[in-house]
Design a protein. Structure first.
Length: 755
């Protein structure tokens, strides 16, 4: 093969296509993005539009055209895997390895520059890069001298605040006074200053420093900045919508001389603001680089027209976007299905039945995904898939009963059910911390081995002796007394209530409630979901046996499995069939995001819904439950506002969402949606039969229920979950009811009966 860098006799252009063979497979927009080599370019690459192909082909084209050598091109990715894939694809296009690349993540490239000029920022070239744990440990050492309450201001939280400042490009001397005064009683800013000084003494940098020090270097040493501005004739940036402020500033500085910067991203897929990503970076690209060319990749090679139209119609409700509409030449395919069910259990049952049907058609399980907004939602789907014998994997985290907080909680319950369970006792004896450290545990083991007794039995003996220090003896005595009391309660209270009480009284709930870790709220949600799961079992023993069987159910030799994950974890992936579960108000959009982010938060949640829909190649099934147990409490839910925003022409209602007036416009009239619900109503049980009867007798008019005057203020009604009550307010299909036992609740009219 001819040397692709030898351009003395370039391939001639022909009427049949471009002169370079690697350009022949590109569509018109992709070709424009590859050949636009002069000046700033923003490539708005919609989901499934061939973004990676454009990036790699553009890299190859720059080299083949002789515009720059490999060392003169800076290509930035967000993961090491993406960087490796980019290098491999370029090598395949050119049929040769390319040496001298500057291809990598922001952190890797920042570290490479920093090591070459470490002395300029007070470091040595062999500086150590601290990981997150090292960073927290150092912050904790320093915070002790500032007399900060560790419970209120844990080191992990302080380190996270420091990292956020660094993500914004703020060293200690640039943090606004208001920001510094608002955290840790105004003591974090001096701690940050001391932390940075300590890092230099240790000849170390954390991940945030890798770009922050580069910014300091570029701004304080103009000659060094000019060197890299001259060197990098071309800059390529992947996933530009996910950049933070420091990354944005770093790129802008490097691009000032040649201005040949090409940023590829999708403003409609910016879903990581909680990690510091700034969607504004991509939205203001044309202002930052006057004369920039914007090229939209809108031809989708992944999904069907109905899926793309539904996703485009949904995301069009966002105001903060540059705008594009995905299209495809693929066959029409099925419409997006909207399925309403009675509760979360019915949702999992429906999903399991659909997966079984796909299995019967010989569809691979690897091509099926269940996407949820919150991690605790996976539990019911896991339970159902296990019951059906369908293998699955949880992507982005362990399976529900393998999560740390669930294992810890179950360990408490195991010790209650079986006092001689040493493995469970050892797991939680000092968790939360009670002052029962390794020395105490060693003493327990020593006595247990000598006497041939369990750790619990050894503990009972030791609390009556002087073998342990007074503080440890007192803590162990209180713990054993607690277990004794909980065992007594096990005979008088329901096991779900017992579990909740144990988690509270042991301090385990408070451990995560007081934690400032980013994942702490999710762990609390998982604990509450575990308590909910206990209600489905006749006894604590039955639940523990069930969990043991589940833990043994995962067969590592099976590779074909259903994929369970959160919507955030699904970005970048694609599947033939996608189940989008829990699309209801109070869950999606997530209330915490709305509370903290307002309109911006809502738009990010809508982008998250868009990402979920565009993961599907052939089928997308959106589901919502009229009733759901969230945090152990039953809630009657309205469908998510996102369902109402789906274009009617691309949606097929297979359930009872018309009951709520929350289905896509144009689908609310008529009873077809009601009749379609029948196949999904589970058979058996008073609650199920009652739901079916309510649905069967429903009639529809406009956007709400026509109840023939049956539901009016003062009427006495019955709700399966909340019991008897009296209507105090009527708002279309919603009722406010004062229940005799449950208090005042807002519920849907379709799920109560006049009595």
């Amino acid at each position: 093969m001819a040397d692709p860098f030898d351009l003395s006799e370039p391939p001639p252009a022909t009427a049949a296509g471009p002169r370079f063979p690697y350009l022949e497979s590109l569509n018109e927009s992709q070709l424009q993005a590859v050949e636009a080599l002069d000046g700033p370019v923003l490539v708005l690459a919609g989901a499934g539009t061939g973004k990676t192909r454009v990036l790699t082909t553009r890299l190859a084209h720059i080299l083949v055209e002789g515009r720059a050598g490999p060392w003169e091109v800076l290509a930035v990715t967000f993961t090491n895997k993406a960087a490796a894939e980019m290098k491999e694809r370029v090598a395949a296009l050119l049929d040769r390895l390319v040496e001298g690349w500057w291809v990598g993540t922001f952190h890797a490239l920042g570290a490479r520059i920093l090591r070459a000029h470490a002395e300029a920022v007070g470091l040595k070239p062999n500086f150590t890069i601290l990981d997150a744990d090292d960073q927290v440990r150092l912050v904790k050492q320093l915070s002790e001298s500032y007399d900060l309450d560790e419970k209120r201001w844990p080191a992990r939280l302080l380190a996270a605040h420091i990292q956020r400042w660094k993500d914004r490009g703020l060293g200690p001397d640039k943090v606004p006074d208001a920001d510094g005064a608002a955290i840790a009683e105004g003591r974090l800013l001096p701690l940050y200053t001391e932390y940075q000084a300590r890092l230099k003494v240790l000849n170390a940098a954390d991940f945030g420093d890798l770009l922050l020090h580069c910014l300091t270097l570029f701004q304080g040493q103009p000659e060094i900045l000019k060197r890299y501005q001259r060197q990098f004739r071309y800059l390529l940036v992947d996933e530009y919508q996910d950049t933070n402020v420091a990354q944005y500033l770093w790129l802008r500085l490097l691009a000032q001389q040649h201005r040949n910067i090409c940023c590829v991203g999708d403003d409609d897929q910016s879903i990581y603001s909680w990690r510091g990503a700034e969607v504004e970076n991509i939205l203001r690209f044309e202002k930052d680089f006057p004369g920039a060319r914007v090229i939209r990749l809108e031809r989708n090679y992944r999904s069907t027209p109905h899926i793309l139209a539904a996703a485009s119609g949904l995301i069009a409700h966002n105001q903060g976007r540059l705008g594009k509409t995905l299209w495809t030449e693929a066959g029409e395919g099925d419409k997006v299905r909207v399925v309403g069910v009675w509760d979360g259990e019915a949702e999992a049952r429906m999903t399991g039945d659909e997966i079984e049907a796909l299995q019967a058609k010989k569809r691979p399980l690897n091509g099926i995904a269940v996407l949820v907004r919150a991690g605790f939602q996976t539990r019911e789907f896991e339970e159902r898939l296990i019951t059906l014998g369908i293998p699955y994997r949880v992507i982005g985290g362990p399976r529900f009963y393998e999560r740390q907080e669930i294992r810890d909680a179950i360990a408490y319950l195991r010790v209650i059910a079986q006092p001689d369970d040493d493995l469970a006792f050892e797991r939680i004896v000092n968790w939360p911390k009670r002052g029962l450290g390794p020395a105490t545990l060693q003493t327990l083991h020593k006595l247990g081995r000598a006497e041939g007794i369990s750790l619990t039995a050894a503990g009972r003996r030791l609390v009556e002796t002087d073998e342990l220090k007074p503080q440890a003896r007192g803590a162990l005595s209180r713990l054993l007394d607690d277990f004794g009391r909980w065992r007594t309660l096990a005979g008088t209270v329901h096991h779900a209530e017992l579990a909740a009480q144990v988690l509270d009284e042991s301090g385990y709930t408070a451990l995560w409630r007081d934690s400032k870790a980013a994942d702490a709220p999710g762990r609390l949600d998982n604990l509450k979901e575990m308590v909910v799961a206990l209600e489905d079992f006749d006894s604590l023993a039955a639940f523990l046996e069930h969990v043991s069987l589940i833990m043994e159910n995962d067969d590592p030799t099976v590779s074909d499995k259903v994929n369970l994950m959160t919507l955030h974890g699904a970005k970048g992936l694609e599947f033939d069939t996608v189940f989008l579960a829990g699309w209801e108000e109070g869950l999606f959009p997530h209330p915490r995001t709305l509370d903290e982010g307002g309109t911006a938060g809502l738009e990010e949640e809508r982008r998250l819904a868009y990402v979920g829909l565009t993961r599907a190649r052939k089928n997308a099934i959106v589901s919502f439950a009229a009733n759901r147990r969230i945090h152990g409490a039953w809630q009657s839910n309205a469908p998510s506002r996102f369902i109402d925003e789906l274009p009617a022409a691309n949606v097929d209602v297979r359930s009872e969402p018309g009951l709520y007036g929350g289905i896509p416009r144009g689908l609310r009239d008529g009873a077809d949606a009601v009749a379609a619900f029948a196949p999904f109503v589970p058979v058996g049980g008073r609650r199920r039969r009652r739901a079916a009867a309510v649905i069967e007798n429903a009639t529809w008019q406009g956007t709400g229920r026509d109840d023939g005057g049956r539901f009016e203020v003062g009427k006495r009604v019955f709700h399966q979950k909340f019991g008897y009550g009296c209507i105090v307010a009527v708002d279309g299909g919603k009722l406010e009811i004062a229940f005799e036992k449950a208090g005042s609740k807002k519920v849907m009219a379709s799920f109560v009966e006049a009595v």
